[in-house]
Design a protein around this ligand. Structure first.
Ligand code: SF4
Length: 146
């Protein structure tokens, strides 16, 4: 049986944990929280390290050298990271859901994820070019399938 079906998140080893990441890039988007309502809004303004077409971090293993405030998703903080998108594999498994049908672990590549619009591919603007973050609020990162 696939490891994500027979193990809990806490039981997974490092390579299994890392492979759960679909590489969608949505966690690399800037978000805005409304001070009054505490509602979370996604923007299409992405971290300067996110490749706009490949939807992956161009310096993943050294990313903290470039972006010290980048967050590493771990078993210890996954419950608190409520800003991760609903489609995120870590959130889905943590909340008792299965992996979505387009997940690279099931399809063998990121192609299906891109085709179904579940990644940041070709949808983002680099944060360094953004003047007003509010002008970049988008809804597509909220989409979840399955
Ligand atoms: S949102 Fe989750 S699955 Fe997608 S890239 Fe970020 S950590 Fe990986």
């Amino acid at each position: 049986m696939a490891f994500w079906k027979e193990k809990t998140l806490a039981e997974m080893n490092t390579s299994e944990w890392e492979s759960l990441c679909d590489g969608c890039g949505k966690c690399c988007l800037n978000k805005i929280i409304d001070d009054e309502t505490e509602e979370l809004y996604y923007t299409n303004a992405a971290c300067k390290l996110l490749d706009p077409h490949e939807a992956h971090c161009i310096h993943y293993t050294q990313r903290f050298n470039f972006v010290p405030l980048c967050t590493q998703v771990t078993i210890d903080n996954v419950a608190e990271l409520t800003w991760l998108p609903d489609s995120c594999a870590y959130r889905r498994l943590y909340s008792g859901k299965s992996l979505p049908s387009w997940h690279p672990l099931l399809t063998g590549s990121k192609s299906e994820m891109h085709q179904q619009g579940m990644s940041t591919q070709d949808k983002i603007t680099c944060e360094t070019k953004v003047k007003y973050m509010e002008d970049h609020i988008v809804l597509w990162p909220l989409k979840d399938l399955d």
